[in-house]
Write a protein that binds this ligand. Sequence first.
Ligand code: PAF
Length: 282
Amino acid sequence: MQLIHTGAEWQKIWLQLLQSNKTIGLVPTMGALHQGHLDLVKKCKKQCEVSVVSIFVNPTQFNNPEDFEKYPISTAADVDLLEKEGVDFVFLPSVETMYPTQPQLKVDFGRLEKILEGAFRPGHFNGVGIVVSKLFNIIRPHVAFFGQKDLQQVAVIRSLVQDLSFPVQLETVSTRRESDGLAMSSRNRRLSPLQREKALLLFQSLMLAKEELLKGKSWKSIQEKIRVNFQHTEAVQLEYVELVQTESFDLLEAWLPNLNCSVCIAAFIGEVRLIDNMPINS
Ligand code: PAF
């Protein structure tokens, strides 16, 4: 496994790979890797001849400076994990490499900016759009892999690829959960044992939503029940729980069994903000 730190280093390797006609797969990450990331890596290795994992905690996508400062970093352990997975290249750029100058460009994803993550984290998707575009331009992968846990990010990146004609095929991988159902996330490392227990309320709410929707209960009544459950739990704060059409990300007032729908949730557990989602009819 080779560690790469700059675009220039990668360019030389990329030219050789191009001559041998190899399929390049990219797994973009912000490090603090867990089994969910490794699922992306496994899929990448299965589908592509060359696997590249990027580790870069992208400052421009954090709307909350404290979240950025406290974002867990474990680069040495991450590199060990990736080596064990048989990854070919790890791209570890510095902030100066990725942002030699402050980007002037602003990416606006329209409707997706105004709902859920877009509404609660202003500027977040601009930062994601910029950094993912940079990674696509530097690494020039044929295929890129993203987790379904960040469902709205998947919709945003799909729109980025379509609108800017990036020649990149997108692949998504289902959410990996702990044995009790908590979605794996790098931010889970910041939870105290008590907060870890409370964090389960996200998964429990999604399960409740799925069960009740499938029984024919109205979405509005379920949404209200979940809001009340959060109000009755100390030190947690629900930001949103919404029903969306999975691909278009249209907000829905009611469940439509013939459409792919997902329930999306975001909440603070203490000061740690977690998100999760659950497909309803699959
Ligand atoms: O999902 C993430 O970890 C990040 O948003 C990404 C795609 C690596 C961009 O920084």
